[in-house]
Design a protein around this ligand. Structure first.
Ligand SMILES: Nc1nc2c(c(=O)[nH]1)N[C@H]1C(S)=C(S)[C@@H](COP(=O)(O)OP(=O)(O)OC[C@H]3O[C@@H](n4cnc5c(=O)[nH]c(N)nc54)[C@H](O)[C@@H]3O)O[C@H]1N2
Ligand SMILES: Nc1nc2c(c(=O)[nH]1)N[C@H]1C(S)=C(S)[C@@H](COP(=O)(O)OP(=O)(O)OC[C@H]3O[C@@H](n4cnc5c(=O)[nH]c(N)nc54)[C@H](O)[C@@H]3O)O[C@H]1N2
Ligand code: SF4
Ligand SMILES: [Mo]
Length: 842
C-alpha cells in the first residue's frame, strides 16, 4: 500500500486492516482451512488473533496457524503469539498431576492420578481451614481471566490477590491520585494511540505491550512522533523513534524539568489548569486545602475555595443532579486565579496567607532547571528543551505506563506524568490521554460473598491481608507470603498459584524461596515447569487459552467491544490438563461440598460436563447483553451475533471525546484533575508517606551504586520474544532470546570486559551471586546495566533436564538482586536493584 492509501485507510478506521495477513487467511480458507477467533494470553493482554486449522489432519504447529485478527480493536501483533503452538505440545508440558517426594525446592515429584491429587489437597485444605480459618488460604495469578478467585472467594477467604504490585500498581496508583477511583484501573484511561501527534514513552518499551503497538503504528504511519526515555534502547527505537537514555530511577526529575519549562515558558495550557484541574484551589501554608467550612460557619468541607483577581472567594465542589449523577457544583462565570491570591479572612476572624495548588506545583518544579535535570538524569539540557517544545507545540501525551514496578518511587513518578499531561491540556481529547468506554457485557462470576447465580454467603471477618499493611494496595501478594513466615497480621498457611511464575514476577528470590518453604500447602497450576513448580506440594497440569472458550470485553481499546475466543483445541495426547476452574472447584467440593454449592457447582467428572457448567455463565451473560442491546435498537442483537460469528468481535459503544472533566467529574475529591493530590490528606500516615506532589526522590529500594566503579543499577524490561513465563520455554526464545547483561562500552572498558565475556554479578543489597555473559553495547546508558525479565535465570531442577531446554537456565533473573522494597501506602514493589560486576572469563 502506498503512503497516501495507508493514511486514508488509517483515517477511516482506528485499526489498520492488516492486508497481507487478511490475504493469507483468505487463501487458506480457499484451500479448505477453517477459521476461529482467539484471544491471546501468551502475555495476558488478550489481543485478537485468528487461528487457521487444516481440518482432518492431526493437530500440530503445521496444521494450526496463528494470525493477527484483521480489523480487531486490539489486534494481535507479536512474536510470542506466533509461538502459541510451540506451547501446545511442548516436550516439557506438564501432563499429569504431580506430588512432591523430595524436599521443598528440590523439584522431585511422582506422578499421581487426579483423584489422588484432588483428594490429597482437599484433605489438607480442610485441616488448615478448620485450624486457622478460611483467611489462611490465599490465591494469586497473572491475569488469565481471574480464575484463581474461584477457590478463595467461595471458600470465604478474602485473599484472592493479583499480581499488580510487580506489574502496573505504580501506574494505577499514580493515576488514582490524579484522576481518582474509577479511573485508575488497567485500561480505564489510555493514550489515544490511533490519533497521536506526539508520544513520550517513559519506561514503556511497547515490546508488544497490551495490544497497543498495532494502533500506535497506525499513528506512526500518519506521522506521529515518538520519543522513548529509557536507560536502554528498546526495539521500538529502530526506525523513526527517538531514544533518549536516562539514568534509571531519575525520571521524576526529568518530568519535573518538563513541567518547570511549561510553566516558565508559558506553554502550559493555563486555561485548562484553571477550569479543569484543582490548580486554582486555595491551600494553607501547611498545604491543606481551604474549604467552605473555613470561611462560613457550618460550611461544607467538600466545597473547595478559589479566589478571583478582586479577592472574592467562591466555592467549587460536586453535587448530584436530578437523575442522581454527580456533576460539578460551581459558578462557571467566576474567573479563579492561579497565582498571587491576597491573604484571606477565615470564619474565626483570622487572616492568613494562602497559595493556590498551582503555586505549590510551580514551586516544587522550580529547582528542576535543565542543568539540574542533566545533573540528576544525564539527559542533556538541549534535549529537555527540545522535548518540552515539541510536547507542548504538538499537544503531546506521555504514556502513563504499564509495567511500573521499578524503583519504589513509581507512584510519585506516574502521578507527575499524569499531571504533566493535564498541564498540557490534553485530557480526553483526540490524541491525548483519554477515558475508555466499556461494552457493558457482564459474565456472571464469583465475587466476595456473591455467587454467579445470585447466591450469597458470609465471608471471613478478616480484611484482605495486603490491605492491612498497604491500605491503598491494588494487590501486594508478598504480604501473604510474609505472613506465612511471621503469622502477621494473621497467618497464611496455604496458597494456590494459578498461572504465575513468582520467581520471575516478584523481587527478592531468596526471600521468596524461604517463604514458599514455610507454606503447609502449596499448589501450583501451570502449563510448563517454571521454577515455582519446584516448591509445590502438588503440581497440577492446566489447560491453556487454546483449549478453552471465553467471551469478554476487549481489554485495552478505546471503544467498547466484545470478543469471543473459541480455539477449540483439546490437550495433546497423553496430557491430562484440565480447566483451572474445574481444578479449583473440585478441590473445594471435595473439602467443603456446601461451599462449592455457593457457586452452583456439583461434581463434574468429564471436561465436557464442566464446560457445560462453566459455559452456561457465558451464555447467560451474553444473552442478557443481547436482550439489552435489542431493546435499545431492534435488530442489534442479530448484528452482534453475526459479527461474533464472522469476525470474533463486535464494537458496541464508540468512544466520545471531551467528556471528562469537561462535563463529567473524575473520581477525585474535587472531581477535577488533581495536579495536587487532596487524597494525600486522607489521614496523617498518608501525608507522611505520599506528598500531594513530590519532586525527584532517590530510590529507597536499593543502595545507590558508586559512580565510575564496578557498581551499577540493574534495570529490566521486556521485548517481543524474551518474555512471559509461557514464552520462555519456546524455540523462538531459545534462538532469539537474549539472556545476556547489557553494559555500556565506557564501563566495559574501565572493567576490562569484552563483548561476550562471562561475568559475575553480585547483589549489593542481597549479596546473591550469579553469572551471565555481557553484551557490550551503546544501547544502555553508562552506570546502568540491563537484563530482560523473562528470558533466562530459571533454576528449575529435575523437571527441566532435557538438554534441549538447558537454555532457560542461562543468564540471570533480576529478582535475585532486588530487595523487595514496597511503597508504604500503595505497596508497589521495586524490581530494579544495584549490583557489582566483575569479569570471570572470556
Ligand atoms: N513483549 C511482551 N509484551 C508484553 C508482555 C511480555 O511479557 N512481553 N507482558 C505484558 C504485560 S504483563 C505488561 S505489564 C506490559 C508491559 O509493557 P511495558 O510497560 O512497555 O513494559 P516493559 O516492556 O517491561 O518496558 C519497561 C521499560 O522500562 C525500562 N526501565 C527500567 N527501569 C527504568 C527506569 O528507572 N526509568 C525508565 N525511564 N525506564 C526504565 C526498561 O528498560 C524497559 O524498556 O506488556 C505486556 N505485553
Ligand atoms: N525483573 C522483572 N520482573 C518483572 C517484570 C519485568 O519486566 N522485569 N514484569 C512484571 C510484570 S509487568 C508482570 S505482569 C509479572 C508477570 O509475572 P507472571 O505472573 O509470572 O506472568 P507470566 O510470565 O505471564 O507467567 C504466567 C505463568 O502461567 C502459566 N500459564 C499460562 N497460561 C496458563 C493457564 O491458562 N493456566 C495456568 N494455570 N497457567 C498458565 C505460564 O506457563 C507461566 O508459568 O512480572 C513482573 N516482574
Ligand atoms: S501482545 Fe502478543 S503475546 Fe501479548 S496478548 Fe497480544 S498477541 Fe498475545
Ligand atoms: Mo504486567
Amino acid at each position: 500500500m502506498k503512503g497516501g492509501a495507508l493514511a486514508a485507510a488509517a483515517a477511516a478506521s482506528p485499526c489498520l486492516p492488516n492486508l497481507a495477513f487478511a490475504e493469507q487467511i483468505k487463501k487458506l480458507e480457499q484451500e479448505g482451512w477453517t477459521k476461529r477467533p482467539v484471544a491471546c494470553t501468551m502475555c495476558g493482554a488478550f489481543c485478537g488473533l485468528i487461528e487457521m486449522r487444516k481440518e482432518g489432519e492431526p493437530v500440530s504447529e503445521k496444521t494450526v496457524r496463528i494470525f493477527p485478527n484483521p480489523g480487531h480493536p486490539q489486534q494481535g501483533y507479536c512474536g510470542r503469539s506466533a509461538a502459541t503452538m510451540w506451547v501446545w505440545n511442548h516436550p516439557l508440558r506438564l501432563k499429569k498431576p504431580l506430588k512432591r517426594v523430595g524436599e521443598k525446592g528440590e523439584g522431585k515429584f511422582k506422578e499421581i492420578t487426579w483423584d489422588e491429587a484432588l483428594d490429597g489437597i482437599a484433605g489438607q485444605l480442610k485441616t488448615i481451614v478448620e485450624k486457622y480459618g478460611e483467611s489462611s488460604i490465599a490465591s494469586t495469578s497473572h491475569t488469565f481471566s481471574g480464575f484463581s478467585k474461584w477457590i478463595t472467594l467461595p471458600l470465604g477467604s478474602p485473599n484472592s490477590i493479583g499480581h499488580a504490585s510487580s506489574c502496573n500498581a505504580g501506574g494505577i496508583s499514580g493515576r488514582q491520585w490524579v484522576f481518582g477511583k474509577g479511573f485508575d484501573g488497567a485500561g480505564k484511561m489510555e493514550p489515544d494511540y490511533a490519533n497521536l501527534r506526539y508520544l513520550l514513552l517513559i519506561g514503556r518499551s511497547m515490546g508488544a505491550a497490551m495490544g497497543a503497538l498495532h494502533t500506535l503504528n497506525v499513528a506512526r504511519a500518519n506521522g506521529a512522533r515518538v520519543v522513548s526515555i529509557d536507560p536502554r534502547m528498546p526495539d521500538i527505537s529502530y526506525g523513526d523513534v527517538d531514544w533518549v537514555g536516562i539514568r534509571p530511577s531519575t525520571d521524576a526529575a526529568f518530568v519535573m524539568g518538563l513541567i518547570n519549562r511549561m510553566i516558565q515558558d508559558g506553554t502550559a495550557d493555563f486555561d485548562f489548569i484553571q477550569k479543569h484541574t484543582n490548580g486554582a484551589y486555595l491551600v494553607r501554608e501547611n498545604g491543606h486545602p481551604l474549604t467552605q467550612a473555613d470561611f462560613v460557619a457550618g460550611g461544607d468541607k467538600t466545597k473547595y475555595a478559589v479566589a478571583n483577581a478582586a479577592g472574592e472567594i467562591s466555592f467549587r465542589g460536586l453535587k448530584k443532579n436530578e437523575t442522581g449523577e454527580m456533576v460539578f457544583d460551581e459558578d462557571p462565570s467566576f474567573k479563579a486565579i492561579l497565582e498571587d491570591v491576597a491573604p484571606v479572612k477565615l470564619v474565626d476572624g483570622i487572616t492568613i496567607p494562602v497559595k493556590t495548588a498551582f503555586e505549590v506545583v510551580k514551586e516544587t518544579a522550580a529547582p528542576y532547571t535543565p542543568e539540574k535535570v542533566f545533573e540528576i538524569t544525564g539527559v542533556e539540557p538541549g534535549i529537555l528543551l527540545r522535548i518540552a517544545k515539541d510536547f507542548t507545540n504538538l499537544k503531546g501525551v506521555i504514556d502513563d505506563g504499564w509495567y511500573t514496578s521499578k524503583n519504589g518511587t513509581d507512584v510519585q513518578l506516574y502521578q507527575l506524568i499524569c499531571i504533566a499531561n493535564a498541564m498540557n491540556g490534553n485530557i480526553d481529547i483526540p490524541g491525548g490521554l483519554v477515558v475508555t468506554v466499556g461494552a457493558g457485557l457482564k459474565i456472571p462470576s464469583v465475587s466476595a460473598g456473591k455467587g454467579p447465580n445470585g447466591e450469597t454467603w458470609q465471608m471471613a471477618k478478616e480484611k484482605r491481608i495486603d490491605k492491612i499493611v498497604y491500605p491503598e494496595a491494588s494487590a501486594t501478594f508478598k504480604v501473604a507470603l510474609q505472613a506465612a513466615v511471621t503469622g502477621k497480621p494473621y497467618p497464611i498457611k496455604g496458597v494456590f498459584f494459578v498461572g504465575t511464575t513468582m520467581f520471575h514476577r516478584e523481587a527478592n528470590s531468596q526471600e521468596l524461596a524461604e517463604q514458599l518453604k514455610k507454606l503447609e500447602l502449596c499448589v501450583v497450576q501451570d502449563v510448563l515447569p517454571q521454577e515455582l513448580v519446584d516448591y509445590a506440594d502438588y503440581v497440577l497440569p492446566a489447560t491453556y487459552f487454546m483449549e478453552r472458550k471465553e467471551m469478554a470485553g476487549v481489554k485495552w481499546a478505546l471503544d467498547g467491544s466484545i470478543y469471543l475466543s473459541d480455539p477449540g483445541l483439546t490437550p495433546p495426547k497423553g496430557c491430562e490438563a484440565r480447566h483451572d476452574v474445574w481444578i479449583l472447584l473440585e478441590i473445594l467440593r471435595r473439602a467443603f461440598p456446601e461451599k462449592a454449592a455457593r457457586v452452583g457447582y456439583k461434581e463434574c467428572k468429564t471436561a465436557e460436563e464442566f464446560n457445560k457448567y462453566f459455559d452456561a455463565f457465558t451464555n447467560k451473560g451474553f444473552n442478557k447483553f443481547l436482550a439489552q442491546c435489542e431493546s435499545q435498537k431492534p435488530g442489534w442483537a442479530a448484528k452482534i451475533k453475526k459479527d461474533i460469528e464472522t469476525q470474533g468481535w463486535s464494537t458496541i459503544k464508540t468512544k466520545k471525546y471531551n467528556q471528562y472533566p469537561y462535563h463529567k467529574p473524575f473520581g477525585t475529591p474535587s472531581g477535577k484533575v488533581e495536579i495536587y493530590a487532596f487524597q494525600s490528606f486522607k489521614n496523617e500516615a498518608y501525608e507522611k508517606a505520599i506528598a500531594p506532589i513530590s519532586g525527584y526522590i532517590p530510590s529507597p529500594a536499593f543502595t545507590a551504586p558508586k559512580q565510575n566503579s564496578n557498581e551499577f543499577i540493574l534495570a529490566s524490561g521486556k521485548n517481543c520474544v524474551t518474555c512471559s513465563g509461557l514464552n520462555m520455554f519456546t524455540q523462538p526464545t531459545r534462538y532469539l532470546g537474549d539472556r545476556t547483561v547489557w553494559m555500556n562500552p565506557v564501563d566495559a572498558q574501565r572493567l576490562g570486559i569484552k563483548n561476550g565475556d562471562m561475568a559475575e554479578i553480585e547483589g549489593i543489597d542481597t549479596n546473591y551471586v550469579g553469572q551471565a555473559r555481557i553484551t557490550v553495547t551503546n544501547k544502555v546508558v553508562p552506570g546502568a546495566v540491563f537484563a530482560f525479565g523473562f528470558s533466562g535465570g530459571n533454576r528449575t531442577k529435575h523437571l527441566v533436564n532435557d538438554p534441549e531446554y538447558q537454555f532457560v537456565k542461562e543468564g540471570i533473573n533480576s529478582h535475585w538482586y532486588a530487595t523487595g522494597y514496597a511503597q508504604p501506602v500503595f505497596g508497589n514493589v521495586a524490581n530494579n536493584s544495584s549490583v557489582r560486576i566483575k569479569k570471570v572469563r572470556g
